[in-house]
Design a protein around this ligand. Structure first.
Ligand code: PLP
Length: 441
């Protein structure tokens, strides 16, 4: 293994593609940004709609607790409804996110945080600047299909799947995989490792701090970026009884970002799972140069995350303060804990001897191994007959399209349905498994 000790800053130029380096805000946007709202200047240069043509004036957000948060006319009409919000994000939300990330993850070296239109836009922006067709990236063997199918596959990015166990990606398997590629020279050496460290999607695995340290060291040794996609960070809850962490009890200084002595981690946090996915809001924290290029990519894609959504989130977070966010997260975590427990209990009642699983401690999904099947897609007919839909494990496999890839697991979402529907769904799943068994014999 090649050692890179002591810490050296990554060279962003090594990772940003030619296309990424060529991304820019455009001259016209530069002109608009420079002179927008400068007192005394009459601007005839930009294509801005007149604010008095906007039909909306202000925003009253009615909350479930009966209170109202208002985004005033001045902010909304003069700012967030208009073109020209900085592509790095609405300053008030961006300041909040910067402080928030520093507080929870405290990166040991300078980073920049930018607002993006959901983690999905962050991923898309990063792919557009870091990968050329034919490049390679490392993924967990079973991983988030939006990345493997929708981003990597169309750009012909080679996936290097690495085995995982209950503790997350296996560092030894990672080293062996990278060493194999280095020796064989048959494909471009991976530039980046993509990982979902909390409640990994689909397996629900939490990668512990010691494991993260080991993975980080391997990535240093082979000079890989680490893309830490952590949308389930806020959805952590205790195993069984015990109080939920809220904000104050969430693990601090335990992310890849907090281990990042040389600027190789790109961390994505998302508001989707703790505010609402329809806001399309997330924040990316990374090396300042990588953030600068990512902001250009966001600008190219959408001119920035939605201004109204950012205004709503900023107003809400500011009115809550830390105490309000703690209470809100606690509330959300209790809902998820209750539903996870409901699914676990229903599975104990109906699936004993048919499947194996463990009680989730974060996220939205229970990962279940079905006993006696080679691949869970074989269950489709029986599931349709029992009127229950689950996600077959194979669709998450990095090699899902290749013959011979079999995954005897299913991903069950406990997040959306009520405990009563969860009970019924699990009973139907049991019925389908028995049906399938009978049909086979
Ligand atoms: C691992 C992972 N990353 C990203 C996302 C999408 O997040 P966002 O709604 O912020 O785009 C999801 C949502 O399911 C996810 O599971």
């Amino acid at each position: 293994m090649v050692s890179t000790d002591p810490a050296t800053d990554v060279d962003p130029r090594k990772f940003i593609t030619e296309k990424g380096a060529a991304l820019n805000y455009g001259q016209l946007r530069g002109l608009v940004a420079k002179f927008q709202n400068v007192p005394g200047v009459i601007g005839l240069h930009g294509g801005l709609p007149p604010p008095d043509a906007f039909p909306m004036l202000s925003l009253d957000i009615k909350l479930r607790d009966g209170s109202t948060v208002t985004v005033g006319e001045n902010d909304l009409v003069q700012g967030q409804l208009q073109y020209g919000i900085h592509p790095s994000g609405l300053p008030s939300l961006r300041d909040w996110a910067t402080r928030h990330v520093a507080d929870l993850h405290g990166a040991p070296r300078p980073t920049t945080t930018i607002i993006v239109g959901g983690a999905s836009q962050g991923l898309s922006a990063l792919f557009s600047m870091l990968f050329d067709p034919g490049d390679s990236m490392v993924v967990e063997e079973l991983s988030y299909p939006q990345v493997s199918e929708c981003l990597a596959a169309p750009d012909r990015i080679n996936l290097v799947p690495i085995a995982t166990n209950d503790g997350g990606m296996c560092p030894l398997a990672l080293t062996k995989g990278l060493e194999g590629i280095r020796k064989s020279g048959t494909q471009p050496f991976p530039k980046l490792l993509y990982t979902v460290p909390t409640a990994q999607n689909p397996t629900g695995t939490n990668t512990g701090l010691e494991r993260r340290k080991e993975i980080y060291e391997v990535c240093r040794a082979y000079d890989l970026l680490i893309l830490e996609d952590d949308p389930y960070y806020y959805l952590q809850f205790p195993h069984g009884s015990g109080d939920v962490p809220g904000l104050r009890g969430l693990p601090r200084a335990a992310s890849y970002l907090s281990l990042d002595v040389d600027g190789r981690v790109l961390r994505l946090d998302s508001a989707s799972k703790f505010l609402a996915p329809g806001l399309r809001l997330a924040w990316l924290t990374c090396h300042p140069r990588l953030a600068e290029v990512a902001a250009c990519a966001v600008q190219t894609q959408t001119l920035g995350a939605c201004g109204v959504a950012q205004a709503m989130a900023a107003a809400l977070l500011s009115s809550w303060g830390e105490a309000g966010l703690h209470d809100h997260l606690s509330h959300v975590q209790r809902i998820y804990a209750e539903r996870a427990q409901a699914m676990h209990a229903a599975a104990q009642r109906h699936l004993e001897g048919l499947a194996r699983w463990s009680l989730p401690r974060a996220g939205m999904f229970l990962w279940m191994t079905i006993l006696g099947v080679e691949d869970a897609s074989q269950l489709t007919a029986a599931l349709v007959e029992a009127k229950v839909v689950v996600a077959p494990g194979r669709i998450f496999h990095a090699r899902s399209g290749l013959p011979g890839t079999a995954v005897p697991c299913v991903r069950l979402a406990f997040s959306f349905e009520t405990p009563e529907n969860i009970e019924e769904a699990v009973a139907r799943l049991a019925q389908a498994l028995r049906l399938h068994r009978d049909q086979k014999s």
